[in-house]
Write a protein that binds this ligand. Structure first.
Ligand code: TRP
Length: 439
């Protein structure tokens, strides 16, 4: 299959920490496996611009970028088979971010989870709504949209917390396409259900924010020590142990075959001592990690080699990004003044706006529909008992655009695919032009 027909899969990793076993099991390992599927075209990148949003320590950003890049390569990502690059090596990304900023409703960004959480926290504490909130945090979804749309990704594997961002990227793509023609692919989030959520040392989800992680490529002696620190109950050797709720068992399972896992379950039932169980866990993890550890260390010891790999990846990425950005600049009117387009302003005039029409049917109920400039029906409501009810839904759609739409499933005829994309684009357009419907 050539690259035109291959499904393009893209994902980014924010460069703020040291990869741990949870990252490995939850993201690195499944992604490396998926990257070997020759029917897909993989784009994997280090989201270091995103890192600046939450980290102001330059040395940490640099170190984390090296560690994460080395972890991916040591875990088997083949930079010759995929496009592996650093976000900040692609100047077209911030350039596209601005074009997308100009087709994104501010109200949409107000509802982004990360921003909203910060605002809610401030409000709860009685602080100014936007205290300590940077515009970078607010703009996070737009930068992410640029990452995705720049490379026309079809599928974006992410954690659940990121689904909203992919939906926003879709909306940005639909708005832009509606205004300027079909340039972007509408991406879809992919949530890997089967991937294990790894518990950490204390039994809660392994996460940097809980300080309960086991670094992926710590020296073996350190990994053994940390595994010894996994919380267990106080049952003595010889007493049967429960696998249910045992963090040690769950971590073991994430690395072991079904057979090995069954054997461990039997050992639990037969009263294996915690010390022995921890030794078994260490050996099982080390069997998988040890062969990669040496490679990792040699990459860390030769950062210039890593630079080289990443710059080659950026080169490959920019072979797409540079001409695409040229196309997009032209599309929005950032063009050579001599390019012969000046006279055709009228022809390119903004697409006429869609409008809401309210009416009463023979059944006595009140309805509304959204029609585009050519009279095509984009959206059809169900019947309402009063014109006021119908009007309230219209007002909500005007004020909230697609976000409003999502909560109105029951009052609208279900829409899918292209019809939905067209509707989304139209609602976004309405929101930009008439942000305050109460006037
Ligand atoms: N925001 C993502 C995260 O924190 C990282 C990221 C940045 C990303 N840009 C992306 C993921 C584009 C997928 C696609 O997990």
């Amino acid at each position: 299959m050539n690259s035109k027909t291959r499904t393009r899969v893209l994902t980014g990793i924010t460069t703020t920490g040291t990869p741990h076993l949870g990252n490995y099991v939850g993201a690195i390992r499944p992604t490396v496996q998926a990257s070997r599927d020759t029917s897909t075209d993989g784009f994997y990148f280090l989201a270091d611009y995103h890192a600046l949003i939450k980290c102001d320590e330059p040395a940490r950003i640099q170190r984390s970028t090296l560690e994460i890049a080395a972890s991916w390569i040591a875990s088997g990502l083949d930079p010759d088979k995929v496009t592996f690059y650093r976000q900040s090596d692609i100047p077209e990304i911030p350039e596209l971010t601005w074009l997308l900023t100009c087709v994104t409703g501010k109200g949409v960004l107000n509802r982004a989870h990360a921003y909203k959480a910060a605002v809610d926290k401030n409000n709860a504490a009685g602080h100014d709504t936007d205290a300590d909130v940077t515009a970078g945090l607010f703009m996070y979804p737009v930068l992410m949209g640029a990452d995705i749309l720049m490379f026309k990704a079809h599928k974006v594997p992410v954690g659940r917390d990121q689904i909203q961002h992919i939906e926003m990227a879709r909306d940005m793509a639909a708005s832009f396409n509606h205004l300027y023609g079909e340039h972007f692919v509408l991406p879809e989030a992919v949530i890997e259900e089967s991937v294990a959520l790894l518990p950490g040392l204390d039994g809660r989800k392994m996460s940097k924010s809980y300080d309960n992680t086991i670094p992926l490529f710590a020296p073996a002696s350190q990994m053994r020590k940390q595994i010894a620190g996994i919380v267990t109950d106080s049952k003595a050797p010889g007493e049967p142990k429960a696998t249910e709720g045992s963090a040690l068992f769950q971590i073991y399972q994430a690395f072991a075959s079904a057979e090995e896992t069954n054997a461990m379950a039997r050992a639990y039932a037969e009263g294996i001592g915690w010390g022995d169980a921890k030794q078994m866990l260490f050996e099982r993890i080390d069997r998988e990690i040890a062969p990669m550890r040496e490679h990792y260390q040699s990459l860390i010891d030769h950062p210039a080699q890593m630079d080289h790999i990443l710059l080659a990846g950026a080169d490959k990425a920019r072979q797409l990004a540079t001409p695409f950005m040229r196309e997009l600049r032209h599309a929005v009117g950032l063009r050579a003044l001599s390019s012969g387009q000046v006279a055709s302003v009228a022809k390119e005039a903004k697409t006429a706006l869609p409008s809401f029409k309210q009416y009463r049917e023979k059944d006595g109920q009140f309805y509304f529909k959204l029609v585009d400039a050519k009279g095509q029906v984009l959206l059809q409501s169900r019947g309402f008992a009063s014109p006021k009810e119908a009007g309230q839904v219209v007002a909500r759609l005007q004020a909230e655009g697609t976000a409003g739409l999502r909560e109105l499933d029951d009052v609208l005829e279900p829409l899918t695919g292209d019809a939905l994309a067209v509707l989304v684009a139209n609602l976004q357009l309405l929101m930009q032009v008439a942000p305050n419907p109460s006037k």
